[in-house]
Design a protein around this ligand. Structure first.
Ligand code: T4K
Length: 405
């Protein structure tokens, strides 16, 4: 425990942790089970193209999502692209700017225009009123994100999309295993998309899925995922190769078998952070509604520099010196990223997105952090926030670069 600022690693003290404490360490589960599944796949000699493990993982994903269909893909970015194609979207798609680049890129990659929407100033979720103001003659859909695993304003967006005749797609990359009003995330809008990237709650090395109750949509997505093939010697669409292979499916099945254990582990860390940061002035934790199910995969704080005297980036660098690896999820807002900032017409200024993007910081949790370590990180954040003015007065360039590990 650091007692004075001289104890900080940035000022010559020993780092709080001997080894880097990351966020996003994969939740693997039972390695023996993984190796057995991989061995079986090798013995079968059927490694992709509708092989059995992918089928099994697909059924289990649909079960968690409570949907009739899950269409597994090689990653969530491709899943978003397939969903956009399968829905036949055109022109403009309204997306939040406070998200990972993949949300906007999926739209843009297909030659459609992402129209960036602002978010709620407290929750960070897409603002339906602002979304409505952005609807124009070219708008075909809203692509909303369940940011940090919290459900976005699903009810209001469903009402808006129905009233204005738009498709509604959810980027649920962060929200596997979560609920809204007791119903699993997965069954809302026309379709939802999960990510099973190695840093996600359930991981398949790389992977994603489109989930939907729409039989025709699922059928189109299945065909598009496999070069547009719809039958023997029959290619009906311009498709791509978005399939998940058996090694990924084996990892996915192994990881999914531990879903409740991962949830509980993440929940404990979240609660430790919540308690540890409750009385820290100038640091607000993004909270989860305990009436719903969450995966608690992202523990995100918002730093108020006016109160702490320390910017989010200074805090991140000081933590990094202590071997606490953080991520600015999500900075910068997509609308200020080079490909979009210069696009015509120029994107709108989005004050809430810009404010949150400048203040958010995701802390270590998941497989990388025990509750004891989370408690230490919370204490460290508290100490840094409380001594922020003293620290910044002495701050010199600190070891390391925020984005290097
Ligand atoms: N939509 C949203 C809202 C998303 O957040 C994402 C992805 C997508 C769509 C697209 O999903 P995918 O196409 O990826 O399925 C990471 C992930 O690559 C990305 O999947 C994720 N969101 C995003 C939020 O985070 P980076 O560039 O921040 O990852 P990286 O390599 O810096 O790793 C983050 C932390 O995890 C570090 O502390 C290191 C640790 N790590 C990472 C990997 C890969 C490990 O400990 N082990 C690992 O294997 O993007």
């Amino acid at each position: 425990m650091k007692r004075t600022i001289r104890d900080l690693a940035a000022f010559g003290g020993a780092p709080e942790f001997a080894e880097p404490l990351v966020l996003g360490k994969p939740g693997v589960g039972n390695r023996q089970r993984l190796f057995t599944l991989l061995g079986e796949a090798l013995d079968r000699g059927w490694l992709t193209n509708g092989a059995p493990l992918a089928g099994q993982f697909e059924r289990q994903v649909a079960e968690v999502a409570g949907t009739r269909h899950a269409v597994l893909t090689c990653n969530a970015t491709v899943a978003l692209q397939l969903a956009i194609r399968a829905l036949g979207l055109t022109g403009e798609v309204i997306v939040p700017a406070l998200t990972f680049a993949a949300t906007a890129h999926a739209v843009s990659w297909l030659g459609l225009r992402p129209v960036f929407c602002d978010v709620h100033p407290v929750t960070g979720q897409l603002d339906p009123a602002h979304a409505e103001s952005l609807i124009g003659p070219e708008t075909s859909a809203i692509l909303a994100v369940h940011l940090w695993g919290n459900p976005c304003a699903i009810g209001e967006l469903e009402e808006l999309a129905a009233r204005r005749g738009l498709a509604l797609l959810f980027d649920a990359a962060h929200a596997f295993g979560c609920t809204w009003r007791g119903k699993p995330i997965g069954g809302f809008g026309s379709a939802e998309v999960f990510s099973f990237h190695s840093t996600k709650f359930v991981n398949s090395f790389e992977g994603g899925a489109i989930v939907t109750d729409d039989d025709a949509l699922a059928g189109r997505a299945v065909a598009l995922r496999n070069f547009g093939i719809t039958g023997p010697d029959e290619v009906s669409h311009v498709g791509t190769n978005g399939k998940m292979h058996e090694a990924s499916a084996a990892m996915g099945l192994t990881s999914l078998a531990e879903l409740e254990r991962f949830r509980e582990r993440n929940r404990r860390n979240y609660q430790v952070y919540r308690k540890g940061l409750a009385s820290v002035a100038g640091v607000r934790l993004i909270e989860f509604d305990e009436r719903e199910q969450h995966n608690y995969q992202y523990v995100v704080i918002l730093v108020d520099e006016e109160i702490t005297g320390l910017s989010r980036d200074e805090l991140a660098r000081l933590l990094y010196a202590e071997n606490v690896v953080t991520r600015r999820y999500f900075y910068p807002g997509c609308h200020t990223m080079a490909p979009y900032a210069t696009a015509q017409p120029l994107p709108n200024r989005l004050p809430n997105t810009e404010d949150l993007a400048a203040r958010c910081l995701a802390l270590p949790t998941g497989a990388a952090a025990t509750p004891q370590q989370a408690r230490k990180v919370a204490e460290l954040v508290g100490f840094l926030a409380e001594s922020g003015r003293e620290v910044t007065a002495r701050l010199t360039p600190v070891r390391g670069d925020l984005m290097t590990t």
